[in-house]
Write a protein that binds this ligand. Structure first.
Ligand SMILES: Cc1cc2nc3c(=O)[nH]c(=O)nc-3n(C[C@H](O)[C@H](O)[C@H](O)COP(=O)(O)OP(=O)(O)OC[C@H]3O[C@@H](n4cnc5c(N)ncnc54)[C@H](O)[C@@H]3O)c2cc1C
Length: 565
């Protein structure tokens, strides 16, 4: 369950437990074979500290489903999780799971649905996250949606009544869980992800799934660098800041390793494979809880895995970038960490959410406006403008930080409280009595050159003139600007769009087995969740479904699950 004070299971406790359970082969640390890159690891030299049937990496949506499903088949299961608590981004999420096609829930509420309708909706061309989907992966998801819904219910998830169909669905098929009743174990009170992940955690533990927290998987160990079975993995103990403690553990998997490490959004080099403009200033919300470092993808690629569905990782797709919350680094419009959140020591501020875009203007690092501020929270043209060049030959990609500029009247109209813990004055929120002082005071690590004070003053004067003249915003067509920015103090709040989902990952087949660049299965390796490619769905339905499929198949040692669904 949730740990208020982060604390890893110590290596000594872990090995002692392993020996007591009789499942381990705790034969010493013997790390010399593991130093260096994946390619240098020689499988035959490894001394295994633990041995289980199935090792799952990541205790989020895909990983937890995989672990329970494997354990249900009677095998021993260990989850390796880098955070001090389970849940991944799934526990931060709204918890609403795309699972339909005729579930018991849909029948109860009189919703007429079929697998064919789900397949049709997820292969339409009208959204980039649908049109490039791998149809085989989508069909497998469709075939397994009912079973996945039942699996969640059987493992303790309770559901809210239906609302309206979401953007992608012709009928309602996105049930959300009831909130978890223990407040201290809820990380984001406004979201219901804990209502999904805590019941699964409870069930997993009750069934005998072991969870090793604060250990970050580093490499997968394959018999030969790019051939043979995957034999296990190496992991490093990390502290509550994800810094290595220096303790390593080698875990052998008799059946298979399953990874569901949540995608690649935090890995700037990796995400730039798909969009080179997405440079370091674009923050990933929720990464103070669990960063998405592409660890699974990189470890799998190091032993031969292919990427898949790369066309899905476009920032033109819904839910990959968003705007709407200011004054904190992790600024997703739909994610507010509160001081009671166990990870608030990493987050530092709740941020402030804008209700009326008339109360702010948005400027780039150079103090100039760049778009109509009222653009929707997922408006691709807005993001395109944000990423446009601002004239520095040293900074051609990315566009630089975006700042929301407002005044004391704007604060009043929005009822914002502009002090910690609502705002983060450590680089993400500034105030001053003049606009010039405001501009020159901005000191943020991504603001690589000072904002010219005159430029900000002139931008505000010009914007104010639009309000005075009533002629409208002749620069960017903001619907008639209503309020001048004129009463000090003036404010600058971090408002750079943040990165959300990962939609491309490693290639899997319909059993969730990882596939290499020649189309061959990598025996003993499975992937699920955002780290698995081929399906551009925002995120829980596909993660849970392929997690469950991976768990079943891995437990059966790679045998097909024909007839199961
Ligand atoms: C605010 C928010 C709201 C959302 N709302 C919804 C919603 O309502 N509906 C929906 O369908 N989706 C929603 N999503 C998306 C959804 O949460 C994700 O798509 C889903 O959680 C992905 O599952 P996953 O298993 O791939 O990753 P995660 O659930 O993030 O789990 C990955 C886990 O792997 C761990 N990990 C990573 N690397 C390592 C390593 N090297 N070693 C050990 N552990 C590692 C991480 O710490 C993490 O715990 C939302 C996301 C957020 C952040």
């Amino acid at each position: 369950m949730s740990k208020k004070t982060p604390k890893a299971q110590s290596r000594r406790e872990f090995l002692k437990k392993s020996a007591a359970m009789g499942t381990g082969a705790a034969v010493g640390v013997g790390m010399s074979a593991l130093e260096g890159s994946a390619g240098e690891i020689r499988a035959q030299d490894i001394q295994w500290d633990r041995e289980v049937d199935v090792v799952v990496v990541g205790a989020g949506a895909g990983g937890m489903a995989a672990a329970i499903a494997a354990r249900d088949q009677g095998v021993s299961v260990l989850i390796v999780e880098q955070n001090y608590d389970i849940g991944g981004r799934a526990i931060l999420s709204g918890g609403a799971c795309y699972l339909g096609g005729g579930t018991s829930y849909q029948k109860e509420y009189g919703i007429d649905d079929s697998p064919e309708k789900v397949f049709y909706d997820w292969t339409l061309m009208d959204q980039p996250r649908n049109r490039y989907n791998d149809r085989e992966i989508v069909w497998k998801y469709v075939e397994n949606s009912i079973a996945t819904f039942d699996f969640l219910s059987e493992n303790g998830v309770k559901w809210m009544p239906p609302g309206r169909p979401s953007r992608n669905d012709s009928v309602f098929r996105r049930p959300a869980p009831e909130q978890w009743p223990i407040a201290s174990e809820v990380i984001v009170p406004e979201n219901r992800g804990a209502g999904l992940m805590r019941p699964l955690e409870k069930s997993a533990r009750a069934k005998g799934v072991e969870i090793l927290l604060q250990h970050r998987m580093q490499t997968f160990v394959r018999e030969q660098p790019t051939s043979g079975r995957v034999m296990g993995l190496t992991a490093m103990e990390v502290d509550e800041w994800y810094e290595p403690t220096g303790q390593t553990v080698n875990i052998r998997a008799n059946n298979a390793v399953i990874f569901a490490t949540g995608g690649h959004s935090n890995n700037v080099d990796f995400r730039r494979i798909f969009d080179p403009r997405l440079t370091e200033e674009y923050q990933v919300h929720g990464d103070g809880w669990t960063p998405q470092n592409a660890d699974g993808e990189l470890a799998a690629m190091a032993i031969g895995a292919s990427l898949w569905g790369a066309g899905l990782q476009t920032n033109e797709a819904d839910a990959q970038l968003s705007k709407g919350r200011f004054a904190t680094r992790s600024n997703y419009h739909g994610l507010e960490f509160v001081p009671e959140s166990s990870n608030f020591f990493r987050e530092k501020a709740t941020g402030i959410r804008v209700r009326d875009w008339q109360n702010v203007i948005m400027v780039k690092e150079n103090g100039l406006r760049f778009h109509d501020e009222t653009a929707g929270i997922r408006d691709y043209e807005y993001f395109f403008s944000a990423m446009q060049w601002t004239g520095d030959p040293e900074k051609l990609n990315g566009g630089g930080p975006i700042w929301a500029i407002f005044d004391a009247d704007g604060v009043e109209r929005e009822s914002w409280i502009v002090k910690p813990p609502h705002v983060d004055p450590d680089g993400y929120f500034y105030s001053a009595d003049t606009l010039e002082e405001l501009a020159s005071g901005i000191d943020n690590k991504y603001q690589w050159r000072p904002m010219p004070p005159n430029s900000l003053r002139e931008t505000v004067e010009r914007y104010n003139s639009f309000v005075d003249s009533g002629a409208g915003d002749v620069d960017f067509n903001k619907p008639r600007p209503l309020y001048k920015i004129q009463r000090p103090p003036f404010y600058a709040a971090w408002a750079t769009p943040c990165v959300h989902d990962t939609y491309a990952g490693v290639r899997i087949n319909t059993n969730a087995q990882v596939v290499d660049t020649t189309g061959e299965v990598i025996p003993g390796l499975y992937a699920a969740g955002e780290s698995a490619g081929g399906f551009g769905q925002h995120g829980l339905g596909r993660s849970l479904t392929f997690g469950r499929i991976a768990g079943i198949d891995a437990a059966r040692n790679g045998r097909m699950v024909d007839g199961e669904e």
